[in-house]
Design a protein around this ligand. Structure first.
Ligand code: FAD
Length: 405
């Protein structure tokens, strides 16, 4: 079993000053930037790498998400990369030597209308064909797995059944970031916090330097892992990304004894709930509808989310809300990510994971590192190339995304 490392960040990684040049500069020290750095070093032997972070490591969406991990997406392309990630999660704590509390407690995706039922049965069938553990459950079976759920037919949106993925679960997101950072640092990767990228130095259609508030850093290759700020960085490099940035909120209750044994998501009434290891009920909902970069959202979204939660889980009615927060998510028109080459020769993009990129952290890092190292798409990220917005080969995962956007 993996052993926990000392908790103080000084034991986890150095805080070096930037060197004048690197083989690869990664922008963003969220989960994706850190996993990319880790796999560049581990799988490809590329260690002259800097990860530049404008704030603090893991302080973006990586430290703000609700930590749900699953792979039950509809289309073959999505199932392949999310399932690859789920398999990596299953061995990652031992590989990184850090027990980040990966708990495979299953996920239920509830159906409340006949349309939901049809879509869900179809999706669990598609999942099985792709080797993803998924099954369709009737309401009584849902209740067996999650006894506190209300399956009465007298509520506004009764539970008509659910898809269930037993291998899905949660992990402690900030510990995942720390453990990836620790290992990347051990390989010699420089993790540079408080270093904001403000522009790029170009020679023709190549980037030769990255402008930052700590000076210009020369580089052979640039990899963008900036989530909600990706389109701003692309603009600085001279191209557009079809990304809309929105606030996405989450919240936790006060601490309770264990009452909620799994993860429950309802796309229709719009709430999802799990219980953190230390006892908080962790809940989220859909994005705030407007564009913004404020890392906070509107109260009405929380109010609607609470109404949905209490209808599904009457036992929550007297629970107190402890704190709420928001992150900035990068949404695309087909609710699928963008990974691969960009219109700039030596710049690579990994973004558009929207409301659901935590679960793919190791899978995104693995495949993106391949693309950066070889200059070629990885078979698992090839379908998610930017060109699909020109060819029309979209991968519409709005139904499986779990959170409206
Ligand atoms: C409330 C909420 C709940 C979520 N719940 C889930 C969930 O349950 N399951 C799931 O799979 N996903 C979930 N997500 C989505 C998931 O968090 C993201 O898709 C994923 O974290 C994005 O990758 P990342 O970790 O690398 O992003 P981030 O952690 O946001 O990393 C990007 C980093 O880039 C940095 N950056 C930006 N601009 C610059 C610049 N100019 N210079 C230097 N650095 C820069 C930022 O400061 C940031 O640290 C949720 C998101 C939110 C906000």
């Amino acid at each position: 079993m993996a052993e926990a490392l000392p908790a103080h960040p000084d034991f986890l990684w150095r805080n070096p000053d930037p060197k004048p040049s690197y083989d690869v500069v990664i922008v963003g020290a969220g989960g994706h930037g850190l996993a990319t750095a880790y796999y560049l070093a581990k799988n490809h032997g590329i260690t002259n790498v800097a990860v530049l972070e404008r704030g603090w490591l893991g302080g973006g969406n990586m430290g703000r998400n609700t930590a749900i991990i699953r792979s039950n997406y509809l289309w073959d392309e999505s199932a392949a990369i999310y399932e690859h990630a789920l398999k990596l999660w299953e061995t990652l704590p031992d590989e990184l030597g850090y027990d980040f509390l990966f708990s495979q407690r299953g996920v239920l995706n509830l159906a409340h209308t006949l349309g939901d039922v049809r879509e869900s049965v179809r999706r669990s069938g598609a999942n099985k064909l792709n080797g993803v553990d998924a099954e369709w459950l009737e309401p009584a079976q849902v209740k067996e797995i999650c006894p506190i759920i209300n399956i009465s037919d007298r509520i506004r949106y009764p539970v008509l059944g659910a898809t269930y993925q037993p291998r899905a679960g949660i992990a402690k997101h900030d510990w995942v970031a720390w453990s990836l950072a620790h290992k990347a640092d051990e390989y010699g990767v420089d993790l540079i916090q408080g270093c904001e990228v403000t522009g790029f130095v170009k020679d023709g259609n190549r980037v030769v330097g990255v402008r930052t508030n700590r000076g210009t850093i020369n580089t052979e290759k640039v990899a963008l892992c900036a989530a909600g700020h990706s389109s701003l960085l692309a603009k600085m490099a001279g191209f557009d990304l079809p990304i809309q940035s929105h606030p996405l909120q989450a919240l936790v209750s006060e601490l309770f004894q264990p009452v909620h044994p799994t993860v429950v998501m309802s796309n229709h009434v719009h709430v999802y709930v799990s219980q953190a290891h230390k006892g908080e009920l962790v809940m989220g909902a859909g994005i705030d509808a407007y564009n913004g970069y404020g890392q906070r959202g509107g109260f009405h979204v929380i109010e609607n989310q609470m109404a949905a939660a209490v209808e599904l889980f009457p036992i929550f009615a007297r629970a107190h809300l402890l704190r709420t927060w928001g992150g900035i998510v990068d949404t695309t028109q087909d609710a699928s990510p963008i990974m691969g080459r960009s219109p700039v020769d030596n710049m690579y993009v990994n973004c558009g994971w929207g409301t659901g990129g935590f679960k793919v952290t190791p899978g995104a890092g693995w495949t993106f590192a391949h693309t950066i190292a070889t200059g070629e798409p990885h078979p698992l990220n090839a379908p998610f190339a930017l060109e699909r917005f020109e060819t029309g080969a979209l991968i519409d995962e709005h139904g499986a995304a779990g959170v409206a956007h």
